[in-house]
Ligand binder design. Structure first.
Ligand SMILES: [Zn+2]
Length: 113
């Protein structure tokens, strides 16, 4: 389950930021996750709650912004929306679609006090 290592990575980053800013606690963490990143949001929330227990980020709200995926369809020569990695081109139905964005995951904002 790679959501656990993702959650641990997020916590490492959040704690480093909180310590640098001498925060007492972390109120909110905002993540951006691409639609093609193969992240199970429910599992990620569960893991985040588990790894933040007894940390500065305990009870922090986790906001997740999903970014749409985009792919490049070879037959059409066009950039097309992709909601999953295995999706066909919405114009021609081809599966020769190369994902160009939507695989990313990053911490966008950390609210501390
Ligand atoms: Zn196409």
């Amino acid at each position: 389950m790679h959501e656990m290592s993702l959650a641990e990575g997020i916590l490492t980053l959040v704690e480093a930021t909180a310590r640098r800013e001498q925060a007492r606690r972390v109120k909110r963490v905002t993540l951006e996750i691409g639609a093609l990143a193969s992240v199970d949001i429910g599992a990620l929330r569960f893991c985040f709650d588990a790894v933040t227990r007894a940390s500065l980020a305990e009870h922090a709200a986790l906001d997740i912004i999903t970014l749409a995926g985009r792919g490049w369809c070879l037959p059409c020569g066009l950039e097309v929306p992709l909601s999953a990695l295995a999706d066909a081109c919405p114009h021609c139905g081809s599966f020769q679609v190369q994902p160009v964005s939507g695989m990313e995951m990053r911490v966008k904002e950390i609210d501390i006090e």
